[in-house]
Design a binder for this molecule. Structure first.
Ligand code: DGL
Length: 272
């Protein structure tokens, strides 16, 4: 079906998922909304995040004709996935289930961790998703350690992904993760892969870092294929549209550094 795939995040984090999706399905058109005018979502009450997610996902379908919506934000998925799935007339793909699956596939020791925003961690969404993924894989040895990392998203949104300041914060916030002696750690926030270097420096190279981006792209591709919703012609380069509720020039500039050359322009959302 020749309609675009819609995606959204509070800002730049979902670009990690967009990168994976563009690479996996290069012929597909993609419309991405970064809600930088209202970010961060991580410290907001979950019902407020749910309202933002509903507004954006509805706009992706009604204003941009999205044939499916990828919730490329763990906080939005933790707050509103059930509502989005109930309300929207198109399939909704999230980052939490694919990430949890990937974490369980990766671990050997069974000691796993997840880091995310305060909203995501306090919602318990990963406790449920990891339990379900462990049960599906027949693993009864899984012990999950979770840590909220307030402040990480703000560093990424400023484009500050290295340096002493972020390192000091990471050392403090990741202390429970280091103490738990894990072998696999999931980025339960789509912004965090941009801090992979800092996180590795703190937790050590013995911990495999798992990002839900690739796994989510695979899940989206599988679902679209199953439902017969992939484009009829794969022999083209898809059109990518990036929209931001904040400053579009900043979105274009930092976004192209994070995602790559496909993000060469950004438009305002909602359309003026
Ligand atoms: N990238 C988001 C997530 O995956 C949201 C971060 C935020 O806005 O606080 O949770």
């Amino acid at each position: 079906m020749d309609r675009p795939i819609g995606m959204f995040d509070s800002g730049f984090g979902g670009l990690t998922v967009a990168r994976a999706l563009i690479d996996l399905l290069p012929a597909e058109d993609v419309v991405y909304i970064g809600d930088t005018g209202r970010y961060p979502y991580g410290n907001k009450p979950l019902d407020e995040v749910r309202d933002h997610a509903t507004e954006i996902a509805t706009s992706l379908v009604s204003d941009y004709g999205a044939k499916a919506v990828v919730v490329a934000c763990n906080t939005a998925a933790s707050a509103g996935l059930d509502k989005l799935r109930a309300d929207l007339p198109v399939p909704v793909i999230d980052v939490i289930e694919p990430g949890a699956r990937s974490l369980i596939t990766t671990t050997v020791s069974g000691r796993v961790g997840v880091i995310g925003t305060v909203g995501t961690i306090s919602s318990g969404s990963y406790v449920h998703a990891v339990e379900a993924a462990a049960a599906a894989a027949g693993r009864d040895d899984i012990v999950l350690t979770s840590a909220a990392c307030p402040g990480f998203v703000e560093f990424v949104e400023r484009g500050q992904t290295s340096g002493d300041e972020v390192m000091v914060l990471a050392e403090r916030l990741l202390a429970p993760i280091v103490a738990a002696d894990l072998d696999a750690l999931l980025f339960g926030c789509t912004h965090y892969p941009y801090l992979a270097r800092v996180v590795t420096d703190v937790v050590g190279t013995g911990v495999t870092l798992v990002s839900s981006a690739d796994e989510t792209a695979f899940a989206a591709a599988d679902l679209l294929r199953e439902l017969g919703l992939l484009r009829s012609s794969a022999d083209r380069v898809g059109r990518r549209t990036f929209l931001s509720s904040g400053d579009v020039e900043i979105f274009r500039e930092l976004g192209s550094r994070l995602l790559g050359p496909e993000l060469d322009s950004a438009l305002p959302w909602p359309a003026r």
